[in-house]
Design a protein around this ligand. Structure first.
Ligand code: NAD
Ligand code: AHE
Ligand code: ZN
Length: 369
């Protein structure tokens, strides 16, 4: 079938809106009509050329929601008409990782997903004679996409696509990092570096679990009002701090953060996030994605004296199990997604979403198809 898609032809170039060909779903695959998709910083990261797994030409996008149109052979859990959120971390429920009880990182299709291909090693998208790569197993910057069955969370039908699409990445990542990865307890002091789509969800989850101080750190003061609305108790702009940021944060928290979260992708900030943690027990969670070749460093003494460095992908959430519950939380008014959608636009304007992100003017732009 012919579908409308934003194609990333090459690193560093704007997306081009094209009519591309999409083959029907093969065994274990599902054709989904995408109704809405958010634009996450990771899409910009891959488009920039900084992603070692970045492939071009590709159809990016991994924060979508839509409706099942057709299922391929052997698909058992979904049928046409079901409402779904595509998952860049699948949940097969049979691999060693899924069965371990220790991780959400299902590995059953990770190799082909990282190569921009469906599990059988081929692409469903093409433009003329050129095959196009899938992205993160989701490719939501198209009005129709083909996704493996194990990469789809079935959600309730009354949830609005243009809001719950953010549960496909930003919301689940930030909330899950607090609840699943850090397991922040009531009364904890939390420092959040980066107040974008991810950091704001860390903040609203920290409030939800009853954290005490929720300190937001961002170079952009325009991020402050929404962060306060979602639960931030203190704002720190590193440009306004006299001297080093780390001792400033240790003083502010009277000994250091119980938990810190890096939601930027900056390896220097990752070090600050670890080192502002409380001696003996403070845990720092890396969420931000750093560019190819970049590395983190600290004095090993920081870890010897009890600080803990962790990372999290998709907030440690098992998508098919946890995403429908997070949709319920939104529908029950427990979490705020509406405030995070600062801009909406049609697919034709998707490059504006990247411009707004780079200028620091948006939290999430949502593309409505
Ligand atoms: P965003 O662009 O919306 O937000 C980033 C924020 O960081 C901005 O508010 C910006 O002003 C601030 N910032 C930049 N440099 C800073 C600095 N040196 N000090 C303080 N603040 C600074 O991005 P986002 O969509 O929220 O994504 C954040 C990061 O999380 C990205 O690296 C993204 O790739 C990553 N991410 C990871 C996962 C995961 O599963 N681990 C999921 C989604 C996104
Ligand atoms: N491909 C990059 C890493 C990108 C990355 O870390 N992706 C996160 C999700 S970011 C969503 O906005 C993730 O889930 N990673 C786990 C995984 O298996 O990809 C690289 O460095 O190669
Ligand atoms: Zn994302």
């Amino acid at each position: 079938m012919k579908v409308k898609a934003a194609v990333a032809q090459a690193a560093g170039q704007p997306l081009s809106i094209e009519t591309v060909d999409l083959e029907g779903p093969q065994a274990g695959e599902v054709l989904v009509e995408i109704k809405a998709t958010g634009v996450c910083h990771t899409d910009a990261y891959t488009l920039s050329g900084a992603d070692p797994e970045g492939l071009f030409p590709a159809i990016l996008g991994h924060e979508g929601a839509g409706v099942v149109v057709e299922v391929g052979p052997e698909v058992k859990s979904l049928k046409p008409g079901d409402h779904v959120i595509p998952l860049y971390v699948p949940e097969c429920r049979t691999c060693e990782y899924c069965l371990s009880g220790k991780t959400n990182l299902c590995q059953s299709i990770r190799v082909t997903q990282g190569k921009g291909l469906m599990p059988n090693g081929s692409s469903r998208f093409s433009l003329g004679s050129q095959s196009l790569f899938h992205y993160m197993g989701t490719s939501t910057f198209a009005n129709y996409t083909v996704v493996p069955e194990i990469s789809l969370a079935k959600i309730r039908k009354d949830a609005p696509f243009d809001k719950v699409c953010l549960i496909g990445c930003g919301v689940t990542t930030g909330i899950g990092a607090v609840i699943n990865t850090a397991k922040v307890e009531p009364g904890a002091n939390v420092v959040v570096f980066g107040l974008g789509g991810i950091g704001l969800n860390v903040i609203q989850a920290a409030r939800l679990v009853g954290a005490n101080m929720i300190i937001g750190v961002d170079l952009n003061p325009a991020k402050r009002p929404l962060a306060e609305k979602l639960g931030m108790t203190h704002f720190v702009n590193p440009k306004e701090v006299e001297g080093d940021l780390v001792p400033y944060l240790v003083d502010l928290t009277k000994g250091g953060a119980d938990y810190s979260f890096e939601c930027i992708g900056n390896v220097e900030v990752m070090r600050q996030a670890l080192e502002c943690c409380h001696k003996g027990w403070g845990e720092s969670i890396i969420i931000g994605v750093a560019g190819a070749g970049q590395e983190i460093s600290t004095r090993p003494f920081q870890l010897v004296t009890g600080r803990v460095w962790k990372g999290t992908a998709f907030g440690g959430a098992k998508g098919r199990t946890d995403v429908p519950k997070i949709v319920d939380w939104y529908m029950d008014g427990k979490i705020d997604i509406d405030s995070l959608v600062t801009h909406t636009m049609p697919l034709e304007k998707i490059n504006d979403a990247f411009d707004l992100m780079h200028k620091g003017e948006s939290i999430r732009s949502v593309i409505n198809f």
